[in-house]
Design a protein around this ligand. Sequence first.
Ligand code: TXA
Ligand code: MG
Length: 310
Amino acid sequence: MQTLHLHANDADLARAAGLLQSGDLVAFPTETVYGLGADARNGKAVASVYEAKGRPSFNPLIVHVPDVASAQKYVMWNETAQLLADQFWPGALTIVLPLREGHGLSSLVTAGLETLAIRVPNHPTAQRLLELANAPIAAPSANPSGRISPTTAQHVLDGLFGKIAAVLDDGACTVGLESTILGLAPDVALLRHGGVAVETIEKMLSVGLSQETPKTITAPGQMESHYAPNEVVRLNVSSAMSDELFLGFGPMQCDLNLSENADLIVAAANLFDHLHQLDKIGKPIAIAPIPQTGLGRAINDRLRRAAAPR
Ligand code: TXA
Ligand code: MG
């Protein structure tokens, strides 16, 4: 299969939407990372997402919709969901709610669970694609399972060329980290750190979200080794050894810097791209300490998994 490299113009968007409607896979930009999209009602299309990523099939996917009204077709909406949506949608928050009867989604999307993870992405091209396709779009990050997530169309092509119908290119993702996942089915539980800092959600809902290791579900993002470069990764080091590449944070001598001004938002946006770049050079990677506050918690979560023994 030749993977088409499409751009964010009317003709290409229509083409991408048409591919989704006929059950093909299209990678598309969101503000967090590039997603690998499939029509969530089409079991064959969803199966080919698992196939293209080489993803273990017990792993449920996030469904992307253009607005709250569309979300309500698929999940049992509640007050907390509305509060969160008012504050964070469109945006980098995924919420997990009980599936609604007659939802019409393929059971492969939820891997047989009674709940659905759903999100309204904050990206104009994603929004236009969702409208044109007029379908709920299941989309995991558009990378081979277990590897570094993609924040550019080129990352997608590096990992999935020949395995998907098209990638819709609209530049680099601004957030650069996957969405924060919050369970609401029915207890509020943090299922994954991500693009919305947990402190912000805690403040809004007046709850503590200390639960960092979900017990009920196994997913790549929750497995120890994930987001893995080819080479060995060492964390929290103040200087690299001679055979290592050094990924810095804050003012320092290094091969690449996540943010010279120690800005965590900039660091999040650069994280996966810098890991992709260093990984291409093919040497072990040493990484400077990142503060464990705000988006730093999501960054450290991804780095811990990148460094985990495989
Ligand atoms: O930012 C993002 O969330 C990106 C973009 C494309 O939207 N998507 C993404 O998807 O990161 P993925 O498949 O790489 O991660 C989905 C995570 C997995 O860890 C999965 O276990 C969890 O969502 N998940 C999906 N459905 C769930 C459910 N019903 N209950 C609990 N966790 C769920
Ligand atoms: Mg992923």
